[in-house]
Design a protein around this ligand. Structure first.
Ligand code: PEP
Ligand code: MN
Length: 266
């Protein structure tokens, strides 16, 4: 179902009026974790000012250590929904448990399936049974073929509102947190008809690489770039080394727009 051979036209996923995959390139931004209403509203306001309508934020955080911040859960989803209503933005957040999907549908415009759950087949089937747009991330050690099969799981249940996101893979390289597999973007565009995104934050794990990685991803044909923005990354409860503050975000988006790589802002 995801193969371009069977479906030559690009799939366009309508996320609250943002038509992802329509040929214009977009930014999805927001904090790693939802920490408070103030924090999310501060980021949402800054993004909205620059014409970004797609707000991300984690409420259920799949952390490597059980002692790290695990997210605010449903309270985080409530904060996101409030921000989406207040600033007229679409909100995107990860769900990690099949039983949370039904509830998440009421709060979110896009359900994200994180890298660690790319092969959580019960979760894939559950989100595939909804009509919600789904953002499926590539697993940390997943081949492109395994990634495409995971997408097939979602679609096989009837949900065609699916987007794929390259987010870096595990390699021997230690200079970056993961290795951004930039060629996965055109391969996924060729092999499937789905919108393809690139997450520059989790792939690089380095704030100084966000801009060059975003330029590369957009130049190679990504439909959107995802990047993390926090009002004060130094005190962030997760991913503090790689989130941009609001000033850095403003420079980031201006540089991409000057290079004519992004959809015009409002
Ligand atoms: C995220 O986007 O919040 C996240 C945890 O990313 P990934 O699943 O790609 O590690
Ligand atoms: Mn993060």
């Amino acid at each position: 179902l995801v193969s371009r051979k069977k479906h030559p036209d690009n799939t366009v996923v309508d996320v609250k009026g943002e038509k992802i995959g329509d040929g214009l390139q977009r930014l999805i931004a927001g904090p790693c974790s939802v920490e408070s209403e103030e924090q999310v509203f501060a980021v949402a306001e800054a993004l909205k000012k620059r014409g970004v309508n797609l707000l991300r934020g984690g409420a259920y955080k799949p952390r490597s250590s059980p002692y790290d911040f695990q997210g605010l859960g449903v309270e985080g989803l409530e904060i996101l929904k409030k921000a989406g209503d207040r600033y007229d933005m679409a909100v995107i957040s990860e769900i990690v448990t099949p039983t949370d999907v039904e509830k998440a549908v009421d709060y979110l415009d896009v359900i994200q399936i994180g890298a660690r759950n790319m092969q959580n087949f019960e979760l894939l089937k559950e989100v595939g049974s909804t009509k919600k747009p789904i953002l499926l991330k590539r697993g940390l050690s997943a081949s492109i073929s395994e990634f495409i099969h995971a997408a097939e799981y979602v679609m096989s249940r009837g949900n065609t509102n699916l987007m794929l996101c390259e987010r870096g893979i595990r390699t021997y390289e230690t200079a970056t947190r993961n290795t951004l597999d930039i060629s996965a973007v055109p391969i996924l565009k060729q092999e499937t008809h789905l919108p393809v995104l690139a997450d520059v934050t989790h792939s690089t794990g380095r704030r100084d690489l966000l801009l060059p990685a975003a330029k590369a991803a957009l130049a190679i044909g990504a439909d959107a770039v995802m990047a993390e923005v926090h009002p004060d990354p130094a005190v962030a409860l997760s991913d503090s080394a790689q989130q941009m503050d609001i000033e850095q975000f403003n420079t980031f988006i201006s540089t991409l727009r000057d290079a004519q790589l992004l959809k015009d802002g409002v």
